[in-house]
Design a binder for this molecule. Structure first.
Ligand SMILES: *[C@@H]1O[C@H](CO)[C@@H](O)[C@H](O)[C@H]1NC(C)=O
Ligand SMILES: *[C@@H]1O[C@H](CO)[C@@H](O)[C@H](O)[C@H]1NC(C)=O
Ligand SMILES: *[C@@H]1O[C@H](CO)[C@@H](O)[C@H](O)[C@H]1NC(C)=O
Length: 474
């Protein structure tokens, strides 16, 4: 070998070694970062004496909202303006976004059928006990299904935190809450669930922050403080969408508080997991139970879908306030923007239906309840900022996706959800993945679309956790 070749080989070896070292650094698990449990998000100046602030502001207040008639009349007049919508192209259903012919029908129904029944809808929305309490300077809203002592005898008693996402709200969980409530009443059932369903900060009736940096990790701190405030030191979590990310963060940052974490959108975005997902595509049968390969593969379908459907994500992660301004005080645009997701994320094939298949799996009233929550609380802009905060450098530097958690984890996969992760990917982060299921029917909004299936899956998970970990509360 010539000297030059020897030097080249040497350089290549050193280079290869360095790359390997760098890549393997991306592979290793990281310790959990410490987040400030008292970080202040309120509009007012941070209190100098936090203990005094807590002493004065920890009250939990029962809350019943009734919107003034003028608010409803204003909405009616906005919905009564002549619609100058651009007609869809010939033969186009939902492929270019919300079909404007159908949008007209939605607006008519909203104005002439739904809105005159608003007081009824209000009673419906307020059927559970609603509360607010002050956490780290923000007024946090939540539903609380409480079970009193006399019903507890001989039963296993578990608190459950249900976490929604975007563009959803607490409304997604109403049927699910009823199922938990029914099971509480059932004498043959050995569980009693206390159910806590918060609106995320900046969503619905929870206050938004005026400060930068309230990302999913910080929301996890707020939600954990809420549970501890209510006297729940150990609890189960269920969530999809952001609720899944925030729930995972709670399990990662506060494992001692979490009995089990159940999600219908489990994910692990660590570099190792993403490489594994790609490589698994070469031998699907090694990684996927037979019959469910099409949940994950071919990867090219997933990439195509991602390119077609993630525009909202990019705009909300970069310019949430611009798109927010376009949707504020614009109920027609708001409904189109929100409901398009309830069409495509429920089933991508609904894009070829002129009505987006919206009422195939949902009642229009349920969908409009959710739109009303965004409209009445003027929370579309603040809800979208969560995307920007997730992708801010400080949040990414936490690298929570690389911090493992030992909390028992359950993952329910619905075929039409917007992304899917293999067990082998999830297990890098969730060291106790004790429950992993597949459903051929259902999409992203499982709690709203298939509440019974999700409920049963959740109960199966709780049973598994009990059996394997012999947990004891209370
Ligand atoms: C390896 O990582 C260091 C920083 O950690 C960086 O400066 C260097 O350029 C990287 N080298 C290679 C070969 O990627
Ligand atoms: C707490 O509330 C009391 C009574 O309203 C008030 O006098 C006191 O200044 C408050 N303290 C703080 C720290 O806000
Ligand atoms: C999506 O819709 C198509 C057509 O209606 C149907 O065949 C398919 O089963 C649905 N997928 C899911 C996961 O529900």
């Amino acid at each position: 070998m010539g000297v030059i070749v020897k030097i080249l080989v040497l350089l290549l070896a050193i280079g290869g070694g360095m790359v390997y070292k760098n890549v393997s650094q991306l592979w290793v698990d990281l310790p959990a970062p410490q987040l400030n449990p008292q970080q202040w998000w309120g509009d007012e100046a941070e209190p100098k004496d936090y203990a005094a602030y807590l002493a004065n502001n920890s009250e939990v207040i029962g809350n019943r909202l009734s919107y003034p008639q003028k608010t409803i009349d204003d909405l009616k007049s906005l919905l009564s303006r002549p619609l100058k919508l651009t007609p869809p192209l010939e033969g186009v259903a939902f492929e270019y976004g919300f079909n404007t012919d159908y949008l007209k029908k939605v607006v008519e129904y909203w104005r002439d059928d739904y809105l005159p029944r608003w007081r009824e809808r209000e009673v419906f929305l307020w059927q559970f006990n609603h509360f607010t309490t002050d956490i780290q300077g923000l007024r946090i809203h939540f539903l609380h299904l409480m079970v009193y002592d006399e019903n507890k005898v001989g039963k296993q008693h578990y608190p459950v935190l249900l976490l929604h996402g975007w563009p959803g709200s607490v409304r997604e969980f109403y049927d699910f809450i009823h199922l938990l409530h029914q099971s509480n009443l059932d004498n043959n059932n050995k569980y009693i669930f206390n159910v806590i369903v918060p609106s995320l900060p900046g969503y619905g009736w929870s206050q938004s922050t005026s400060r930068q940096g309230l990302g999913p990790a910080q929301v996890a701190v707020i939600m954990r403080n809420l549970m501890v405030r209510l006297g729940y030191d150990k609890f189960f979590i269920q969530g999809g969408d952001w609720g899944s990310v925030i729930g995972s963060n709670i399990a990662t940052l506060f494992p001692d508080n979490v009995l089990g974490y159940h999600s219908n959108m489990c994910n692990n975005m660590s570099p190792k997991s993403l490489v594994k997902g790609f490589l698994a595509g070469l031998w699907p049968s090694l990684f996927v139970p037979s019959g469910f390969e099409d949940f994950f593969f071919p990867k090219s379908n997933e990439l195509k879908y991602l390119m077609e459907e993630s525009g909202y994500f990019h705009i909300q992660a970069t310019k949430p306030d611009t798109i927010g301004a376009a949707l504020t005080d614009n109920p027609v645009g708001l409904a189109a923007y929100i409901l398009e997701k309830f069409s495509t994320w429920t089933n991508a094939s609904y894009r070829s239906l002129p009505d987006g298949g919206l009422t195939q799996r949902y009642k229009m009233d349920a969908l409009l309840d959710n739109v009303m929550i965004y409209y009445l609380t003027n929370s579309i802009t603040t809800s979208q900022r969560l995307y920007a905060e997730q992708y801010a450098q400080e949040q990414r530097d936490l690298q929570l996706e690389r911090v493992p958690t030992v909390v028992p984890t359950g993952c329910a996969r619905f075929k039409s959800d917007i992304m899917q992760f293999l067990d082998t990917q999830l297990q890098d982060k969730f060291k106790n993945l004790v429950h992993s299921t597949y459903y051929k029917k259902g999409g992203h909004f499982a709690a709203l679309e298939v509440p019974k299936v999700l409920y049963k899956d959740f109960i199966d998970f709780v049973k598994t956790v009990e059996r394997k970990f012999r947990i004891k509360t209370l």
